[in-house]
Design a protein around this ligand. Sequence first.
Ligand code: SAH
Length: 462
Amino acid sequence: MLVSLTSTTPDATDLGFLLHKHPDRVRSVDVGFGQAHVFYPEATAQRCTATLFVEVDPVALARGRNRPQSAGLEPYVNDRPYAASSMLSVALARLFRTAMSGTCDARPELVEQSLDLEVDLPVVPVRGGEHVLRRLFEPLGYAVEAVPIALDAQFTSWGASPYFAVRLSGRHTVRRALEHLYVLLPVLDDRKHYWIGQEEIDKLLRRGGDWVGSHPEAKMISRRYLRFGGFAREALSRLAEPDEHGDAAVEHHDGLEQTLERPLKLSEQRLDAVTEAVRALGGGRVVDLGCGEGRLLERLVAEPAVTDVLGIDVSIAALQRAQRRLGLDELSERRRERIALQQGALTYADPSVCGFDVATMVEVIEHVDAERLDVLAEVVFGHAAPTAVVLTTPNREYNANFEHLSPNGLRHGDHRFEWNREEFAEWAGGILDQFGYRFEISGIGPQDPVCGTPTQMAIFRR
Ligand code: SAH
């Protein structure tokens, strides 16, 4: 993996003083997961480039104590040696520690000087696609050029990979530009910080910089930044889950997903289809898991066959909006007895979700980390165990029809995944095997002959 930083402000070789690395020499250090080298492919008064090249040792990764707990080949065959990730951040901090702390003994006056800088990153994994890249760097004053990298140059029909070749140009102090990269590379990659230990993560956290708080995407940055394996992530999700997901819910209703889906009136069609399914199942007591601001609840209470409804969501902010939407404060006593809202997470067993006839889960499952899906299935199908479950989720194949979505982009920044039809059917098959729920899958929205419908719906019956 590789990153180059170029100054075009004369005398451009001042960059050598700022980085504490002499343009004539190569500097190499051991960074634990491999060797990192700094060298200057070009050093003139007009243009000076420092390149940080990290040679990752794949065998050391597979054997290291922080390796992912996955079986199979993944620990040996993965993108980590090639793609800019939290490992590159660690290498940046290791090699440019002094520059990042804002020290330049030889030329102290340079530290606060903004330079015309270019950053070249030949391979950057960008979860969420090009618009995420732009949303992160453009507010910081960078011009962003991003060229999608084909999955395989020989088989262009396979389409684009999730990687981009990225060039950022902007006027910043060197220290600030390094800080931007340091924080935002792991945010773009948005994977668990495999192979990076607790100590490094603590350091990553401390380096936030004072610009993060005022960044328009501060929420996304912190949410993605904190995506650690096990330890910190778990602690944080317990402490901060309501707010984190509350923000996610706000994004959900203002964001890309809505822009993409609005012309299809997809959200209306989805709510109609789910309401119809609940009616066909005979109504009764219904719990809406991940109810958001209560748009489905509003329809369900109007159904004569539905005797009462409970809305569950992890986000307090969403529940407050639901409360207002449903006019819970003004409802007559009789109606109010039929509706309740309660905060709860679908990854924790809660007795108040037991004993329902129908559970609905509309566009929620894709917000849950893939590695927590087993726990969610256990909570919903094993513990709550309603007679029937109506669940909807995007069909990723249909994304090809959204011209504003980059190839392999997801419809929403908080989506942890989007399933194609086969993956959804496979997951549903697992629910049948494990919990004995039969299921039928159908589509919602316009049918594309190749890609299917934008939304997929499964109805499970015990
Ligand atoms: N069903 C609603 C909202 C979908 S947005 C609708 O269709 O309009 C996804 C919702 O799931 C958000 O409100 C979010 O707060 C909630 N959510 C995400 N993860 C959750 C979890 N683990 N437990 C409970 N709710 C969750």
